[in-house]
Design a protein around this ligand. Structure first.
Ligand SMILES: C[S@@+](CC[C@H](N)C(=O)[O-])C[C@H]1O[C@@H](n2cnc3c(N)ncnc32)[C@H](O)[C@@H]1O
Length: 276
């Protein structure tokens, strides 16, 4: 992650020593400054009664969610997140497990208790299928208040595909989908292991209690930036005429089709072969 000037307490460095501190220590919040500001701005404006974070890691973004929301459900597959941060945030309920299973359970609980869900931050399984699964789970929920879905890493090609291919039209409550609410990053040599990879960026979807008229349009405010970057990135060979890519793409599409059309059979195969 590039330098982040705003610290996890949302403090802007004001002295020379605070600025040099920011250069010497990374606070392990996995978001850029523009993303932090956007998230804090949304939270401060919305003040959600209830929110969900999928992907805790070192509780960077969770610290802001906890500050602005009355109640937060924090989900992570890694049990050490819960043991590390339980007790540090009074209004956070930790849920450990794969979000494919835990998210539908949490949403059912929120629906049953009539809590007003105002924001979901998705930043967990970054595979195309993983993010799509998280979004599809949320789309089965009927919002009782405006619901903002913030999707991290929408600039990453796999995540972006997952967001684009989610079943947005299944929910009549979806009124807006924007892949580039905040634009992402093209990583430089300063992060040699990730050089020329594309990460970060916020996608945003807004669901309302009232039903929409017409179809859902998935907007891409920064499509030119995305396409140009993609051509120069490590993912540049992801083209239909590349046989490796084509084979991967066909396998993925067959899997999705099976999951949608025959979920029982898909689950049996998944358990048998241990595929994700
Ligand atoms: C990028 S980090 C989250 C960073 C955090 N939102 C922040 O900015 O401070 C991703 C987290 O998602 C978790 N994760 C990955 N796959 C998951 C899954 N299938 N279900 C739940 N959590 C998952 C990882 O354990 C990791 O802690």
């Amino acid at each position: 992650m590039a330098f982040q000037y705003i610290n996890r307490n949302e403090h802007l460095p004001a002295t020379a020593s605070e600025i040099s501190d920011r250069f010497n220590a990374h606070d392990a919040w996995e978001m850029t400054d523009s993303e932090r500001l956007a998230l804090i701005g949304l939270l401060a404006k919305l003040r959600p009664e209830c929110a969900i974070e999928i992907g805790i890691y070192r509780a960077g973004s969770l610290s802001s969610l906890s500050r602005y929301c009355k109640k937060v459900y924090a989900l992570d597959i890694d049990p050490t997140c819960e043991s590390q941060f339980r007790g540090k945030f009074q209004n956070v309920e930790f849920v450990t497990g794969d979000s494919k299973q835990t998210l539908p359970q949490v949403l059912a609980k929120i629906e049953a208790s009539q809590e007003s869900l105002g924001l979901v931050l998705i930043d967990a399984d970054h595979s195309r299928e993983g993010i799509q699964h998280d979004i599809d789970s949320i789309l089965r929920y009927t919002p009782s208040a405006p619901l903002y879905i913030v999707m991290h890493d929408s600039f990453n090609p796999e995540c972006r595909k997952g967001i684009k291919e989610a079943n947005w039209s299944i929910s009549p409550h979806v009124h807006l989908v924007e892949l580039d609410f905040v634009a992402g990053r093209f990583l430089t040599k300063e992060e040699p292991e990730s050089y020329k990879q594309m990460w970060c960026g916020f996608g945003l979807a807004i669901l309302l209690p009232e039903k929409r008229n017409g179809n859902v349009i998935v907007h891409e405010n920064e499509s030119l930036l995305y396409q140009t970057t993609l051509r120069h990135s490590v993912y540049g060979s992801d083209n239909w005429w590349n046989p490796t890519y084509l084979a991967r793409e066909l396998k993925y599409r067959a899997k999705c089709l099976l999951r949608r059309r025959a979920p029982g059979f898909y689950e049996t195969l998944r358990r048998k072969w241990g595929t994700k």
